[in-house]
Design a protein. Sequence first.
Length: 420
Amino acid sequence: MSKYLLKDMVQTKHNIKEITREGPVRNGIKKEHKIIEIETNYPKNKSRYMLWLVAVISIIFCFFAISFLFSKVEVKVDPKTEDLVLNENLSANKDSSNDLFFNLVVIPGEESGIVPATGEKEMSLKATGTVIVYNAFSSSPQTLSIDTRLEGSNGKIYKTQTKTVVPGMNNKGIPGSIEVKIYASVAGTEYNSSPLDFKIVGFKGTSKYLKIYARSKGEIIGGFKGKIPAVSDAEKTSALANLKTTLEAKLLQKATDQIPSGFVLFKDAIFLNTNENNVSFTAKENNLMITMKGTLYGFIFDEQKLTKKIAKDNIEKYDGSDIYISNIKNLIFTLANKDNISFGDIQNINFNLSGPAKIVWKLDINKFITDLLGKSKKDFNQVLFQYGNIDSATLIISPVWKRSIPDQSKKIKVIINYPK
């Protein structure tokens, strides 16, 4: 700058003028004053150029300062994936401490429908219900044969539908118990009842009579005797099939709403339990109303544990990384020996999972961002090399001329393209 300053000084022109002016008259004498004026001419163009130069430099400086202030990074990541075709036999236990366990969802419900009648017919139906039989007699189990007679507190006789073994008391003196279905010994509405207490008729006069007893679990219903609207067998069969479909869909929705986060219910892992004893017929305005009761049982699994079990069995050198199966709900679940399973006391199951499965590796975003902070753009691939769960990634830095990643995590945005 000094040489330009000297040049400006040399080129500057000075015009010196001497001006005489009359002063005031004092004592008859007029006095004159001489004034010297110096005119300096600066080069106008040079000053204008200097101002423009300073302005441009200031604008450029501000632009770069603002650009660096608002710099940001966007990283688009494609996670590692692997496609499998499963056909795997697995076992699970109800004990949650095991590596692979299941929980049983139990949802009861009912559905009704009206079938137009084509006439009338005589109908005799026996009331049915469920009781809990208790054994406070001894620690030894007690066997009750099929059709064991129970006397209700209403004075009426009911019978057990199946052979039953009642567990004995435990070592703390708590009675053993078991559920069993019962039915009225005679058809008719008079056997319908609110919950009852029962004594076992066969034990009357023995020490077991007061120690082995039963109590209703809910109402005893369905008893009827008389004329009801008649429907054809085909209409009845069709109505029952529709009721079962509707009931299953309704209970499945209830079960789905109750599934805890992190658990999976396969569409083939649900079973609706209905039978003749769960269907009742009622006359309604010369038509027949059919009511079906049923219980939906569903097996749910810890999704993370199940996924890692599948990966361990099917992926060579799987290291236990955090993964998920993007289409896990579409796998086909097949329960072994499902026709012989008693859902009420089931503890272990064997099942098969089959179908295509896409394994997807998860990325710890916070750790990934921390590893990127302050790194040079050229070191980006070196950071990626440390992550075996990343298939590929694209780095976008703004502004484009910035060659390093900001050292503030809030300026880094990571977008992971997880398969759905």
